[in-house]
Write a protein that binds this ligand. Structure first.
Ligand SMILES: Cc1cc2nc3c(=O)[nH]c(=O)nc-3n(C[C@H](O)[C@H](O)[C@H](O)COP(=O)(O)O)c2cc1C
Length: 311
């Protein structure tokens, strides 16, 4: 009997070649070393680091996380060692893994900080791609860059001029029109979009009458936001040409498939890493199985293949 041909899971995101389309989402996997005892890191499609800023940040007051129905709230506040220590202490481990490393970056005060970070990372060959986190909800700002199309256009255009590395722009779901922002990022030269960051949320301890988070408000993640995220991926997919990395409540193969069918070229696993660090690898295996069962040889036969009606 002829053995069925294994589907090809590889995908191209800008100039970045991934052997499979499953990565781990920024902030939910540290700098990978934290997870080395729990998962074979080399099997991942890519690793997205915790967001880095120019200077080290201590982050927000505790408690920084709490459970919510079908999800969690966090207000970590971008705790990170800063770019210098990241390069010195975290990157050497990541370099050794031999899989693409996507470094997530953000500014604390002014957008110029993005330029400083992009210039530094551009010089490091082992940095495969840069993810512009213009959507972190935990910085006590009135408005996020990704809540304004003009700001998004300006920021991404400035970063684009500084690097030829694959540039991913991570957007917020806390907007009236995701397509407006997605189009701005695309016309500024982003190679791909990461959709979505956390949804703004708040939870209250009614017995003490205090907010459950030290920062009062935070970002909601997990299965609770999945339908919102899937809709945004689908909306953006129908308007833009660059690849989308979908995320928001992916817990297993079936939830990952929702994102691919809605239009994602790749997916990121976030909150699920805290429950089962093997989730991403299980999804890679599940995806392969699904494609085999549905006679698909490559991911282009899956991405965006939503049907108009039941048949
Ligand atoms: C504890 C925690 C920390 C996070 N930190 C970051 C971060 O530093 N940078 C970022 O772009 N997104 C961050 N995120 C957002 C995730 O990368 C992801 O976009 C979001 O959680 C939705 O995916 P999920 O529902 O699978 O977790 C964080 C999420 C969580 C739960």
């Amino acid at each position: 009997m002829v053995k069925p041909k294994q589907p090809n899971l590889s995908v191209k995101i800008g100039n970045l070649d991934l052997k499979n389309p499953v990565m781990v989402a920024s902030g939910t996997f540290g700098y990978a070393q934290e997870f080395e005892d729990f998962i074979d890191l080399r099997k991942l499609g890519a690793i997205v680091t915790k967001t880095i800023t120019v200077k080290a940040r201590q982050g927000n007051l505790p408690p920084r996380t709490c459970e919510t129905p079908a999800g969690m709230l966090n207000s970590i506040g971008l705790e990170n060692p800063g770019i210098d220590r990241f390069i010195r202490e975290k990157l050497p481990f990541l370099k050794k893994l031999g899989i693409p490393v996507i470094v997530s970056i953000a500014a604390e005060e002014t957008p110029d900080e993005f330029a400083i970070l992009v210039k530094r990372l551009d010089r490091i060959p082992e940095v495969s791609a840069i993810e512009l986190n213009i959507s972190c909800p935990n910085l006590q700002k009135n408005k996020l860059i990704s809540q304004d199309a003009a700001d998004t256009l300006e920021l991404v255009s400035a970063a684009r001029k500084l690097t030829e590395k694959c540039l991913i722009t991570k957007l917020s779901p806390n907007v009236a029109s995701i397509t407006e922002i997605a189009l701005a990022a695309q016309s500024a030269g982003a190679d791909a979009l990461a959709l979505v960051n956390t949804l703004g949320g708040m939870s209250i301890d009614v017995h003490k009458r205090i907010p459950k988070l030290g920062n009062w408000v935070g970002g909601l993640s997990g299965p609770a936001i999945r339908p919102v995220a899937v809709k945004m991926v689908w909306e953006a997919y129908n308007k833009i040409q660059i690849p989308i990395i979908g995320m928001g409540g992916i817990m297993d193969t079936e939830s990952a498939l929702e994102f691919f069918i809605a239009g994602a070229a790749a997916v990121s696993v976030g909150t699920a890493n805290f429950i089962n660090p093997q989730t991403s690898l299980e999804i890679i295996a599940g995806l392969q199985q699904y494609m085999l069962e549905h006679n698909m040889q490559n991911l282009s036969q899956l991405t965006g293949r939503l049907k108009a009606c039941q048949d």
